[in-house]
Design a protein around this ligand. Sequence first.
Ligand code: SF4
Length: 397
Amino acid sequence: MNKNRKLKENKIKGQIEETIVEETEIVGGGNVTEVTEITETTAEAVDITAAEAEAERNALAESIDEGDYLLKVEHLKKYFPLATDFFGRPTSFVRAVDDVTFGVKAGQTVGIVGESGCGKTTMGRTVLRLHSVTGGKVIFDGHDIGSMSASQLRKIRPQIQMIFQDPYSSLSPRLRVGDIIGEAVAEHGIVPKEQLKDYVLSIMNKCGLQTHYYERYPHEFSGGQRQRICIARALALKPKLVICDEPVSALDVSIQAQIINLLKSLQKNDGIAYIFISHDLSVVEHISDEVGVMYLGSMVEYGNKKDIFANPMHPYTQALFSAVPVPDPDVKNKRIILKGDIPSPANPPSGCKFHTRCNKCMEICKTETPVFKEYAPGHRVACHLYEQNNLSGITHE
Ligand code: SF4
């Protein structure tokens, strides 16, 4: 596979070199036929790059499809209509999630990072089918969630749960804790009716909630305790996958550690898989097995946690990681400050979506979309920086 890729790249390089030679000849007195040949050669080179990009996309989706994953997200797209024509047909879209592919294994955690507005929460909600799927597939335990009917979806829902960012607004103020946790358990028939109270109490105990909280209302609790109630509510349905959407960002640092440790111990005991969405890189490093970095709806880097944290390759990842404080007064962090705001996903920049803010931007970045390529086993990056260097014969670790 790598050999074939190298051959293709050498072929493109050869064609580009031939084009430059031909151009030099034209300057010395070329004719119309030669100009046409150059245009055709360049078009062919672009075609090969496009074909290579398509081959990479398909190879990635294939590897996820054939892999031993509990959740397979393949070329997932979620577009929100922005404007419609006279007949109500959408004419422009916000591309909140644009061609995202990854997999989650049972009992593992995939951390998704990126700044606000990059599409990570929309991606999580689309996986759960809280938003409809615009394109691509979401396959959970062998079932295509994207094409399920409402009744099929209802049966599978207990197995995928979500923990929301704000524990204050995600609990009904009119229900007691016992009812909040037990409501969906009764609805989905997880345990017989006569065992419901004992089951809810056992789940509360597992999540560090005292049993006399059963009769209390959410307003009587602190933020950390409320988040424990949310975790207990999700856990009570015996899920295989939990999507944690910034579950600790509204909590104090000391409480954050308690919640993260609770999630980790539950994973160890029950083999639950997590998609952990956060902008806090220290927390993601602590809890994740694999990490994906999103920018403007697309995955720009993905790999094993150790690879990503030891060797961030994409300039956006490098900038994000440069902001993480190092707990050593002798180490000076070279902070990379990103220019400007994140562009609108309704009108993303051409070429590389990050080019308007990248301190390593080249001419090619403004016009051509980089291929999301594997540069080390399991470590993928979408950046021309490495493609260029590969064409010049420089190989990356
Ligand atoms: Fe920066 Fe270009 Fe790489 Fe995009 S492709 S991240 S603009 S160097």
